[in-house]
Design a protein around this ligand. Sequence first.
Ligand SMILES: [Zn+2]
Length: 73
Amino acid sequence: MDTAKFTTAEEAEVRRAVGAGEGAVCPRCQVTMNRRSLGGGSFGLGYARRREWFLCPGCHRSVIFDLKRGTRN
Ligand SMILES: [Zn+2]
């Protein structure tokens, strides 16, 4: 089964829009993408990495953001 992916340029646009606080809109479908937070998950890692996953309800392409600590100055 193929997993559809954005092109690098499309993914960059989604990242830019989210970073600008505009929210994620699929560059192909022009619909708002669903956001899910992925928790740290495993115990015992010693740190929690926050991730957010944006999924397009139209074409089912997705982008995962790693939200690293200390990048928000
Ligand atoms: Zn889409």
